[in-house]
Design a protein around this ligand. Structure first.
Ligand SMILES: *[C@@H]1O[C@H](CO)[C@@H](O)[C@H](O)[C@H]1NC(C)=O
Ligand SMILES: *[C@@H]1O[C@H](CO)[C@@H](O)[C@H](O)[C@H]1NC(C)=O
Ligand SMILES: *[C@@H]1O[C@H](CO)[C@@H](O)[C@H](O)[C@H]1NC(C)=O
Ligand SMILES: *[C@@H]1O[C@H](CO)[C@@H](O)[C@H](O)[C@H]1NC(C)=O
Ligand SMILES: *[C@@H]1O[C@H](CO)[C@@H](O)[C@H](O)[C@H]1NC(C)=O
Ligand SMILES: *[C@@H]1O[C@H](CO)[C@@H](O)[C@H](O)[C@H]1NC(C)=O
Ligand SMILES: *[C@@H]1O[C@H](CO)[C@@H](O)[C@H](O)[C@H]1NC(C)=O
Ligand SMILES: *[C@@H]1O[C@H](CO)[C@@H](O)[C@H](O)[C@H]1NC(C)=O
Ligand SMILES: *[C@@H]1O[C@H](CO)[C@@H](O)[C@H](O)[C@H]1NC(C)=O
Length: 409
């Protein structure tokens, strides 16, 4: 099969030490993690709304303008890119849910649009490589519209660059954007129309050999090192190695799933087990359900009725907008097995519980990554964020329209 061949070729590159030396074919971006991410107002309305679903969550402190955008406003993982000439460094969320890429524009006036406050703004007048497009962009995100216009400029990151990349300069964003670290979004979604998403441009300009990327998220949620995103390649050092009975060491197999049509990395889940003991488990969505991979937040979102059962089984208590458990009981919590392509992908308590502390609380809160979405039907959509993706290295193959998961090393 093509994949194993592709992967073994990539691995050979590594093995020969050739891998990192071949210039401009492999790009590794360091991801940072926002230090004390404001957490998790339920935030995937944008995706869920497309499936006729609605998410009820606690309201943000400010007004009505942001709920649907929180996932973008509140993302934990971001990286750096440089736009234009001379370059302007900006923080962007590498986000699998967007196909369009955008950055905040210097035309965004802070006194009219407070969301631009405190951010790096892109001023195309200051860039000699800027080219005008000017077509208006307007995304109706439910209670708020993101508004801007298209522009071309050169983008560079890590040791590579693209010429004349088409992106949106955003001039109107929700106020809540002000508290976000990212100045924009680098869309890693799939192409659905005329607009050419970033990775496609990178590939067309021959900066990467393979039309794929992979994401490794740091398993230590307290660290500001968020992980890496590999553009154009799979890095085997992130794949778990197991020992065969004969003592030989081999890489775990990657499970590849077909993704559905559309911009999201959406795929089928066979079933989900809540595992107390080997013999005592509860199965959710026994006939299958859908999930999307989400690189922008730590949450695992599922139908409220299911998440409530999971939280009950953990003896989790509601604390403000979070679900918290007794920090001493983490090792005793039930396990969650997601079955993908016939294989079980297990999450244990220490994987889905995150210790959080803020300045006013003298102790840690042990917060569940599971987040209910109130109107998702029982067999509904799941969103697999960092709590899942940090256990499983994920590979997004645009060319083949597949997504792969393998235990991360
Ligand atoms: C949002 O807030 C503005 C001003 O604060 C108000 O005029 C508008 O009606 C509100 N919209 C919604 C949908 O609540
Ligand atoms: C860029 O220059 C044009 C014309 O000189 C001006 O109208 C525009 O406001 C400037 N834009 C910014 C963001 O400074
Ligand atoms: C950047 O932009 C300029 C002008 O559009 C172009 O000539 C150049 O080749 C671009 N690429 C790089 C990598 O600088
Ligand atoms: C400007 O951008 C729009 C939106 O992506 C695109 O359809 C159009 O072809 C572009 N126009 C030019 C002149 O590049
Ligand atoms: C967003 O834009 C759409 C159409 O462009 C409009 O119908 C809607 O009222 C706008 N919403 C807000 C909150 O401005
Ligand atoms: C773009 O990348 C090429 C190598 O692919 C390099 O020679 C060039 O200096 C880079 N340009 C910029 C502006 O970084
Ligand atoms: C991995 O795939 C190979 C080839 O398909 C197979 O022989 C092997 O049993 C698989 N390993 C595991 C652990 O499933
Ligand atoms: C399974 O385990 C849960 C949690 O420990 C317990 O409440 C339930 O009674 C057990 N069910 C069976 C059939 O043993
Ligand atoms: C810290 O936690 C307390 C209790 O949850 C909360 O009331 C307070 O708003 C939090 N402070 C910050 C800065 O997040």
């Amino acid at each position: 099969m093509k994949y194993s061949i592709l992967i073994s070729i990539l691995f050979l590159h590594f093995a020969s030490g050739y891998f990192f030396k071949e210039k401009n074919q492999y790009i590794r971006i360091d991801l940072m993690r926002q230090k004390s991410p404001r957490r998790q107002l339920v935030n995937h309305q944008n995706i869920l709304a497309k499936y006729g679903l609605d998410v009820k969550g606690p309201k943000p402190p400010r007004t009505n303008d942001t709920i649907s955008l929180f996932r973008y406003m509140d993302n934990e993982f971001y990286g750096k890119i440089v736009i234009g000439k001379p370059g302007k460094t900006m923080n962007v969320a590498f986000d699998t849910a967007w196909d369009v890429s955008w950055v905040l524009s210097s035309r965004c006036q802070v006194y009219i649009t407070p969301g631009c406050a405190g951010h790096n703004l892109y001023n195309h007048n200051g860039s000699s490589s800027y080219k005008e497009n000017g077509t208006l962009y307007n995304a109706n995100e439910g209670t708020y519209n993101l508004t801007g216009f298209y522009s071309y400029d050169n983008i560079s990151m890590a040791h590579s660059n693209v010429t004349n990349f088409l992106f949106v300069e955003m001039v109107d964003v929700p106020a809540y954007m002000a508290s976000n670290k990212a100045d924009g979004v680098l869309g890693l979604g799939l192409r659905t129309g005329d607009y050419e998403p970033f990775l496609y441009t990178l590939y067309r300009q021959k900066k990467i050999k393979n039309l794929l990327f992979s994401v490794y998220l740091n398993r230590d949620p307290q660290s500001t090192k968020g992980g890496n995103i590999m553009l154009g390649f799979v890095d085997k050092k992130h794949i778990h190695i197991h020992q065969l009975p004969n003592g030989a060491k081999v890489y775990d197999n990657i499970t590849y799933l077909q993704v559905d049509a559309g911009q999201y990395w959406m795929f089928s889940v066979d079933k989900i087990d809540l595992v107390f003991t080997k013999r005592n488990k509860t199965t959710f969505c026994p006939n299958g359900c859908k999930a999307v991979a989400d690189t922008s937040s730590n949450d695992i979102i599922g139908p409220e009725s299911v998440i409530n059962q999971i939280h009950d089984s953990m003896n989790a208590k509601k604390f403000e907008d979070k679900w918290v458990v007794d920090c001493d009981k983490i090792s005793k919590l039930p396990k969650i097995d997601l079955y993908l392509g016939g294989n079980a992908f297990r999450l244990e308590g220490r994987n889905y519980i995150k210790k959080e502390k803020n300045d006013t609380l003298p102790y840690f809160l042990c917060v569940s990554a599971f987040t209910p979405s109130s109107t998702t039907p029982t067999e509904g959509l799941w969103v697999l964020g960092g709590a899942f993706l940090s256990q499983y290295y994920s590979i997004y193959n645009i060319n083949e329209k597949t997504i792969g998961f393998v235990r991360a090393a």
